[in-house]
Ligand binder design. Structure first.
Ligand code: CP
Length: 305
């Protein structure tokens, strides 16, 4: 299988995911072996219109470890010609001529699709506003398989800002490829999971519930997927304050979790997982961030092969 654009999680089937993850295992070995010069003739452009630590740097590290070169801007909103009024489409048309793959993070839902519509090289969606973050959900899934040894028969509890959290949208879509999945959506009333995500899960026969009481679901969870309340996406401080500080994973929550369960978080965190949790073996979020490197190497490899 080769990939072209990566725009949303719905594009992935289970056989595709199996192949990407098998390739990801190979990429872990490539890193252990000191990297490769396989793509020394390739150039990646990273265009980030929103801040990022993990996604941009792991993509850039992934390309470097495969021998490729990286150009780009970490603040495209200010330091690209967008500030002079250039359209996204014109920027992408031009950048297509400079590179072999474009990684884009943008404030607007659907921006990656707009980019792909005019690009002459693959476009990888690194997050489009409150829309999707498909490469994050791939590394989330890879982490679950690596940590728990399976992707079927899971109770996944998604917590926090499920309205604006693009990673939970993409992860819900990917989980719909598996059997015996049950999702609990545990969120403040004003940032619950969007109806369009629930509709997709209904179509795929995935069971879910909206459960505001974390205590009721924590004891049977295989995966607690915590997320940050995304202050930057609220138009009113009052609405943000209604949502913030409601669900914090601390020692008391840990005590109620199964021994063979894990805590994931796409990061960054802003207080919703207490630092005291970090030492617990079930705290998998830093291992999850590391897996982003391997998964993104695998995706780049699939784009070029
Ligand atoms: N998980 C994630 O997307 O992190 P960054 O915003 O740091 O890229």
């Amino acid at each position: 299988m080769s990939l072209y654009h990566v725009l949303g999680a719905k594009q992935f089937t289970r056989p595709m995911l199996d192949e990407i993850f098998e390739n990801t295992h190979r990429m872990e070995q490539v890193v252990k072996d000191g990297g490769s010069d396989l793509y020394s003739n390739k150039v990646m452009t990273t265009l980030f219109f929103e801040p990022s630590t993990r996604t941009r740097l792991s993509f850039e590290s992934a390309m470097s470890r495969l021998g490729g070169k990286v150009i780009g801007t970490e603040n495209a909103a200010q330091f690209s010609s967008t500030i002079k009024g250039e359209t996204l489409e014109d920027t992408i048309r031009v950048v297509s001529g400079y590179s072999d793959v474009i990684v884009i993070r943008h404030t607007d839902i659907g921006a990656a699709e707009r980019a792909a519509a005019v690009a002459t090289v693959p476009v990888l969606n690194a997050g489009d506003g409150a829309g999707e973050h498909p490469t994050q959900s791939l590394l989330d899934l890879y982490t679950i398989e690596k940590e728990l040894g399976r992707l079927d028969n899971l109770h996944v509890v998604m917590i926090g800002d499920l309205a604006n959290g693009r990673t939970v949208h993409s992860l819900s879509y990917l989980l719909a490829n598996y059997k015996g999945i049950h999702i609990s959506f545990t969120a403040p009333e004003n940032v619950q999971i969007p109806t369009y995500v629930k509709k997709y899960l209904d179509e795929k026969g995935i069971t879910y519930e909206e459960e505001h009481d974390l205590e009721k679901v924590v004891g049977t969870a295989d995966v607690l997927y915590q997320t940050r309340i995304q202050k930057e996406r609220f138009t009113s401080l009052d609405e943000y304050e209604k949502a913030s500080g409601k669900y914090i994973i601390d020692r008391k929550v840990l005590a109620k979790m199964k021994q063979d369960s894990i805590i994931l978080h796409p990061l960054p965190r802003a207080g919703e997982i207490a630092v005291e949790v970090d030492e617990d073996p079930r705290a998998a979020y830093f291992r999850q961030a590391q897996n982003g490197l391997f998964v993104r190497m695998s995706l780049i490899d699939k784009c070029f092969s």
